[in-house]
Write a protein that binds this ligand. Sequence first.
Ligand SMILES: Nc1ncnc2c1ncn2[C@@H]1O[C@H](COP(=O)(O)OP(=O)(O)OP(=O)(O)O)[C@@H](O)[C@H]1O
Length: 775
Amino acid sequence: MSDSNRNNIRVVCRFRPQNSREIREGGVPIINYDDNGDSCRMEGKEFQGNFTFDKIFPPETQQKSFFDESIKPIVDDVIGGYNGTVFAYGQTGSGKTHTMMGDMDNEEFKGLIPRIVEQIFHSIIDSPSTMEYTVKVSYMEIYMEKIRDLLNRFKLTRILQESLGGNSRTTLIINCSPSSFNEAETLSTLRFGMRAKSIKNKARVNAELSPAELKALLKKAKNEAVSFQQYISALEGEVGVWRSGGTVPKEKWASMDKAGSTSTQPPTPTTPSNPAIEAAKKEADSRPGTPAPILEKDEREEFLKRENELTDQIADKESVLAAQEKMLSELKEELDSYKSQEEENKKMESELNELKVQLEKVAYENKEGAITMDSLRESNLELSAEVDSLKKQLSEHRLSQKEGDKEQKKQEKMAAMLAELDPSGVISKKEQQIRDTLLKLETIGDNSSPLTMEELSTLRRELSDSKTLVTQHEQTINELHYENEHLTRKRDELEIRLTTLELEYEELLDKTIAEEEANNNIDITETIAELRGKLEAQFVAKKEVQQKEIDELKQELEKKNEELHKLNSALAELKKVNEDLQNAISDKESKTEGQKNVADKEKDMERIRKTMAQQLADFDVMKKALMRDLQNRCEKVVELEISLDETREQYNNVLRNSNNKAQQKKMAFLERNLEQLTNVQKQLVEQNSSLKKEVAIAERKLLARNERIQALEALLQDAQEKLTTQNQKFEAQLQAVRERLEQARSQKSSIASGLGFGRIAKPLRGGVPVTAERK
Ligand SMILES: Nc1ncnc2c1ncn2[C@@H]1O[C@H](COP(=O)(O)OP(=O)(O)OP(=O)(O)O)[C@@H](O)[C@H]1O
């Protein structure tokens, strides 16, 4: 094995025989081995080519020869103070375990590990008794890319640091199948081995100098430093002379020989520090392979004891350190999780902000909705007021129209009726005649002279006129009686007609309401119901008034009958007086000569005159009362007729259902307006209710969002508090770890410095023990 090879990782390749499965599956050997033992050719289906390694072992290679030819030199190097590593790499079932372990109880089939251990212990036994070795074992597994430390807590990386590219003599064993069945895996393994060949290690002997040796080296270095200083000063002085234009003779040129007598080996000017180190190294290298300074037995025992103690302490510290490292990594992981939690917190915060923005938006929309609702409410109120005013206008219009018509009609009728019934002129005329007669009679009474024939004839004539007047009165009374009867009949007829109209009106209303209800027109029904109510109220009021009037009329008629009766009786008396007067006149005519009876006759005449005057006065009063009553009755009859006309009109209106085109048009227009307004109102109400619903929903959403925000805030606060607590905890732990590390370092340095004062008897330290790995 050459030195150049030793700088590289040594890669050996071992092929196992084909196994039963490969044979069963029709696999055939595809590897051809070169005779010189370091190359082979793959004749696969996918790949054909050569591979060269430090050594290639064909399937028939025995365990012993494999050990002797591949691994044994490394064990020798380890005993010589180098680190040594053996890796086994290959696909599952390729022979790694067979190679490394084998059958441990079988001499022929035991693998590398038992053979290496055996050789180490043989070497220790064969070494001088002054040498002391410490043998430790660690055992670990790498499976599915996870390291599991089975027992000399260390991570594999620490081992690999030295084994691959570090201070170690490393041998990589490539275990392969020769079968075509595993061609792809074998090719991959061989390529891995080729790549591993390029890794260079720098193996060196793990030698440690004793304190005495180090002191000597230090002393030497100090002397050399003084010499170098002197040499530098001499050179600087010479340079100064040269720079000032002077010359220095050659024999006075500065040199190391002149600079110091303590230096044993002058260094070259270009590397002033290296010579000493190199000298020390040369000295160290010039020592035998196992430089073992001879120590006293007590000193050696004490040193070994001390070393064991310190080793134990270091092991303890290292385990503590490992625990701290573990804790540190755990804390780092925890910190990472907190960092991720912080990210989540940030996310939640942004979500919260978004929610806040949404909340503000919803609140704003809510306000807008409220404003819209208010405006709609206002417009609704305005429309309602408009509808009311329209209704009012309509009713006022109707009322005023009716009132005007009614008044006019009343006046006309009254005028007609009074014109028709005006007997006052006749009566007054006749009355005047009677008065004149009475006056004459009075004049006659006052005159003591007897009546002349002429006066008698005048009186007779007047009596005749009076008779005519009485007849006329009788006729007037009869006419009044007839009129009264006619009025009574008319009243009865009106009552009957009114009752009929009432019935018809009610029937019509019921019919109209039923029809409207059938049409499901609620608004019109309401309007009709309203109209009906009004009409009914009006009707009832009128009916009451009419009934009252009828009653009053009845009473007046009775009264009038009585008056007529009185008038008849007065008339009868008047007739009797008239007859008496007639008789008296006849007597006067027959007994013109009987002057003696004149006084008696005069007395009778006076009596008659007085009776007639009295009767006339009574008649006057009765006439006035009769005329007054007649006027009142006419007025009431007119009112009754007007009321009847109104009722008839209403009836006709309802019956025709706005037969009048203009009214119908107006009604239709108003109804349309009413309908539109109702629709608008309905829409507004619907909008209102939908807005209310939306507002209720928005309020509910707001509440839900508020709850969510509160929950998120609470969570956030919790998380922040936890994070703060954990951070504080972590900081404290980190601080504690730092302190412990510091402590451990200071202890280590103190131990190291303590070691400097003792005597170290161990000249060589064995390399890292062989490690068995599974892949
Ligand atoms: N060079 C060899 N000569 C004879 N038999 C071998 C050889 N190499 C391996 N075998 C046999 O092949 C089988 C598989 O070998 P081994 O268990 O060592 O494989 P491995 O690489 O350790 O597998 P895994 O990675 O699955 O643990 C075993 O029965 C073993 O005895």
